[in-house]
Design a protein around this ligand. Sequence first.
Ligand SMILES: NC(=O)c1ccc[n+]([C@@H]2O[C@H](COP(=O)([O-])OP(=O)(O)OC[C@H]3O[C@@H](n4cnc5c(N)ncnc54)[C@H](O)[C@@H]3O)[C@@H](O)[C@H]2O)c1
Length: 371
Amino acid sequence: MEKTRLAVIGLGNMGAPHCRDIANLDCAELTAVCDIDGEKSKETAALYGCRSFTSAEELLDSGLAEGVILAMPHYGHTTAALQAFARGIHVLTEKPVGVHVKDIRKMITAWEEGKKKKSDLVFSAMFQQRTRGAARKIKDLIDSGELGRLIRTTWIITDWYRTQAYYNSGGWRATWAGEGGGVLINQCPHQLDMYQWFTGCPSRVTGFASFGKYHDIEVEDEVTAYFEHENGMVGQFITSTGEAPGTNRLEIVGENGKLVWEDDKLSFQRNRVSLLDHLKNSDQGFEKPENWSCTVPFLSEGGEHRIIIENFCDAITGRAGLIADASEGLNSIAIDNAIRLSSLEGRTVEIPFDEDAYETRLKELIAGSAR
Ligand SMILES: NC(=O)c1ccc[n+]([C@@H]2O[C@H](COP(=O)([O-])OP(=O)(O)OC[C@H]3O[C@@H](n4cnc5c(N)ncnc54)[C@H](O)[C@@H]3O)[C@@H](O)[C@H]2O)c1
């Protein structure tokens, strides 16, 4: 099989395993790596027998890479993606795709511009949790109409417990200038992505975020948000890094029943008749629709990051469509930004919101940062 020449930029916790995954793939070859830490870059390059860089731009100019994986801190994704697309280089970016909506729009515009010269230019995102068997099954059940009209989606994802020592360990973490947010943008991009992938983007968001409630940090470490969707569905999203043992439970209620994903099990209580029909037509005041409980089977594959990298190669060579098109990152970041904006301003925020105003807010937070 012809190997796609890939490079990795940012060689930390995530970039290092991405290099290892590429080295183990039949469809890819690691041709270059880059980190602003020159030692790290040299050591990684020596390990894989590829070229080392300390400047992303020099790597992109070298002609060594057809595609690049961006695994540096958040704000760097936008800068490097713009540079890559200007050179006709395919991009697979780590989550979050960008820190705020305007940055992602810039990336999409650069991608569209790049496609004028190279029509098959690929823009993918490392939303590897979409490859989980349960996630694919939930998507399938919703898209095939098994749940009927959606009524409510609630995600409680409070098992992101982190200690103060965690926050003290990394210079860019938990700061407005380094990360652009807290638990929503660091830990929750996968859940926010899957929320919008399963049910679509809400049109109104009311957020209650607490900034540095449990930790000595400036960004949010506890969030409760309420979502309203155009189709009438309501949603709740609850997250925290200050709760233990914590919960990871997704409930999706449709007119045909309730789907619950928890502890790697998918259970479905199926209504015999649509609850919407039943509540209109039943002549009984308290009777619920009859329902049956079942466990929904799904296949678990493992190797989620590797699957996304392999899919990136397959999309570049035209063998497959993308599992996670990075332009869809706009939706999860719109939700992220809207929750924060709503919390900061104490009001409900409509999506789309004033994106310039959000960027200005973020710049003020960065300017006012004591860190
Ligand atoms: N998909 C996932 O499951 C997952 C998990 C963890 C982290 N991440 C994401 O991966 C990215 C990196 O996180 P991490 O935990 O590996 O961080 P890290 O701090 O461990 O590593 C970041 C690396 O990038 C380097 N770097 C910084 N700026 C650079 C630049 N301009 N050019 C080249 N290198 C640069 C740093 O020197 C460091 O080695 C983040 O976006 C994070 O959200 C994704």
